[in-house]
Every structure is written in structure tokens, then in C-alpha cells.
Design a protein around this ligand. Structure first.
Ligand code: 5AD
Ligand code: FES
Length: 349
């Protein structure tokens, strides 16, 4: 197995069978071997720096009904909210003071926010904070819409492909959603010129080692700038309420593989990882991740943006999260930097 890890490090790709073999037969020793290489590679490119992104969850209305997601349309127990442009700008103001230079606008697929309104929000943030990057995470749209947001000043777009395997995708989503359209969106975003982030859940229902191997191959083909992965965690008001969570251990292993395959990628150590283990995010950084994305949403809405159960940081002020993270990151030997934190292929000024 060490040979396969060395091959991945050198050639930046394995066959589907090789990935699946590694994933299925991994053990603690091989994981340590992998993480050590992952840390070395991330330090070659990014030193000890950890980039932070301020996450603004601006709407939990969603027209979709993904079976795993706590804000799915059918969840009638979810108390819905929307932030106005003014609310969002207040989050940015607070975030800027706390050293954030990237704002991530994330929400359900909510048509209340027209393209024009989104563009207004984007250009206003850019006007006030020209040194900041804007990341959008608002789901599947037409290429024309993506182009408008880009022209208004959006720099990056996050859209996890969730699972690359078409039939697995169909088991996690209602019939009107397809892996094909999701992937089409990602190619469109890349073509327009966004820094693009994809990703998947680890341990989602019905997932096999082959599925994860396919995720790796899809990511290799797409060559995204960012890859967000986290364990699947059940939400009590979804059809997957009784399914098992993904594990910390497998998520870390996948992070390590991703770092070897995409040496310069921006890999967040996600909130979901921090939710399944108290030191999950620290462990993620030590497995190859180099980004953390604390919450900047107003405390009044935080408990309403629950994609899964037991989400961390829902009662804390943004400033508290910032201090908490500073300490957590420092405990790993890495350090948070005040920077837009672009991908290396983009200008970092
Ligand atoms: N557990 C873990 N992650 C989830 N997401 C949605 N629901 C869950 C869940 N129950 C992830 C999806 C989505 C991202 C915003 O959150 O991968 O793309
Ligand atoms: Fe909102 Fe899936 S339920 S995107």
C-alpha cells in the first residue's frame, strides 16, 4: 500500500481499482504515512499558513429536496429566514474587523434572490471591500446567471458534486436533480473563470469504496481549485435520520489522498468534521487541509441553518469563533493569516 501512496504522490493519479483498494484496506500505519506526506506537500506550497473564510448563511429557504439535507423543502419543522443585503453587509463589516478577507455567501436554492439582487449584493460588497474575495455557494444555476455573478465581482464558487456516480447520486436526491446537471454547472463555472470548489460527503448512505474512487477520478478530471469534504451526518427530520454518520478516520484519509493528488488545492477542514469529533478540524489540518471556514452569520439565525444534527458553533458570536479557531489552529503548529487566500494559480494581492 505504501507503494500506491508513493505512486499517487509522484503521478498525482491512480486507477479506480487502486484508489478503491487503498480506501478499502487502509489502516492506521498507512494513514500516518499518508498524512506525513500530505503535510509536507501543503507546507511546500503554503508553508504554515491557514486561510480563513467567513461563512454567511444568508437564506435557509430551499426549493430542493435532497434526502440528506436538513433545510430540504419537505422539512416543515425548519424555521425559515432570509437576510437582506443590509444584513449581509453588516456581517461583512464585522468579519472585516475580525480579519476575514473572503466572504462566502451560502444559501439554499432560493429564487427570492433574483440574479439582479445577487449582483447588487456582490457589487456592493466588492465596492466596500475591494481587497476581499467573494465566494458564492448558492447551487445550480444557468451559465448565464453564473456569468452575471462573475461580472458583478464574484471570485469563487462552491458546488460540491456530492457523488460522481450517477446511480449513487440518484439515491441521495429526488428525481428532478441529476449528477449530470450538477457536473455541467461545475464545467460552466470553470470555463467562466471562477476559482471552483467541488466536494463530496464521506460515508453518505449507500456509498462504496468504488464510489469514493470515482469521486477522486472526477476531481482529477475537473482539477478544481478547492475541494470541500466532510462526513455525512444524519438530520433528524430527513429520510436519512436513521443512517450512520461518516467517520472521522475515513474523512481524514480522503483529505490526505486529495492533498497528494492536488498539491496546491485549497482544502477546508470542515465544520462537519468538527461536529463528529471535538478536535476534528485540527486533525483535518494535520491530514492536509489548509483552510477553515468559521461562521459569520448573525447568532439569531445560526440555529436555523442546520444541514445536519449537532452542528457546532451555533450559539457563539463570530468574534468568539474567531478567537477559538485561532487557538485551535495554533495547537497544530499552523497559523491563521489575514489574506484573501487565493489559489496559488491566482494573484494573491
Ligand atoms: N451531513 C453532512 N453534510 C451535509 N451537507 C448537506 N447535508 C449534509 C448532511 N446531512 C453538505 C452537502 C452540501 C454542503 C453545503 O453541505 O455536501 O453540498
Ligand atoms: Fe437544498 Fe439540497 S435541500 S440544496
Amino acid at each position: 500500500m505504501k507503494k500506491l501512496i508513493e505512486k499517487l504522490e509522484k503521478e498525482k493519479i491512480l486507477t479506480k481499482e487502486e484508489f478503491a483498494f487503498l480506501i478499502e484496506n487502509r489502516n492506521e500505519e498507512i494513514a500516518e504515512f499518508l498524512f506525513e506526506k500530505a503535510r509536507k506537500i501543503r507546507e511546500t506550497h503554503y508553508g504554515k499558513d491557514v486561510y480563513i473564510r467567513g461563512l454567511i448563511e444568508f437564506t435557509n429557504y430551499c426549493k430542493n429536496d435532497c434526502l440528506y439535507c436538513g433545510i430540504r423543502r419537505s422539512n416543515k419543522t425548519c424555521e425559515r429566514y432570509r437576510l437582506t443585503k443590509e444584513d449581509i453587509l453588516l456581517c461583512c463589516e464585522e468579519g472585516y474587523g475580525l480579519g476575514f478577507r473572503t466572504f462566502v455567501l451560502q444559501g439554499g436554492e432560493d429564487n427570492h434572490y433574483s440574479d439582479d439582487y445577487m449582483c447588487e449584493i456582490i457589487s456592493e460588497i466588492k465596492r466596500k471591500y475591494p481587497d476581499c474575495a467573494i465566494t458564492l455557494s448558492i447551487g445550480e444555476k444557468s451559465k448565464e446567471s453564473y456569468q452575471k455573478f462573475f461580472d458583478a465581482g464574484a471570485d469563487r464558487y462552491l458546488l460540491r458534486h456530492e457523488t460522481a456516480d450517477f446511480s449513487h447520486y440518484a439515491k441521495l436526491h429526488p428525481e428532478n436533480l441529476s449528477a449530470e446537471n450538477r457536473q455541467r454547472c461545475l464545467w460552466d463555472l470553470k470555463e467562466i473563470g471562477y476559482q471552483v470548489g467541488t466536494g463530496f460527503m464521506v460515508g453518505s448512505p449507500y456509498q462504496t469504496a468504488e464510489n469514493l474512487a470515482e469521486d477522486m477520478l472526477f476531481i482529477h478530471k475537473l482539477q478544481p481549485h478547492m475541494v470541500g469534504i466532510g462526513p455525512f451526518i444524519p438530520h433528524h427530520a430527513t429520510p436519512f435520520r436513521d443512517e450512520k454518520s461518516g467517520t472521522l478516520e475515513l474523512t481524514l484519509f480522503m483529505l490526505g489522498l486529495l492533498r497528494l493528488m492536488l498539491p496546491t488545492a485549497l482544502l477546508p477542514s470542515t465544520t462537519a468534521l468538527g461536529t463528529i469529533h471535538p478536535e476534528g478540524r485540527e486533525k483535518g489540518l494535520l491530514a492536509g487541509a489548509n483552510v477553515v471556514m468559521p461562521n459569520l452569520s448573525p447568532v439569531t439565525v445560526r440555529k436555523k441553518y442546520l444541514l445536519y444534527d449537532n452542528k457546532i458553533c451555533t450559539g457563539d458570536e463570530s468574534a468568539q469563533c474567531r478567537v477559538c479557531l485561532e487557538k485551535r489552529v495554533a495547537s497544530t503548529g499552523y497559523k491563521i493569516v489575514v489574506s484573501a487566500g487565493h489559489h496559488l494559480s491566482f494573484d494573491n494581492h
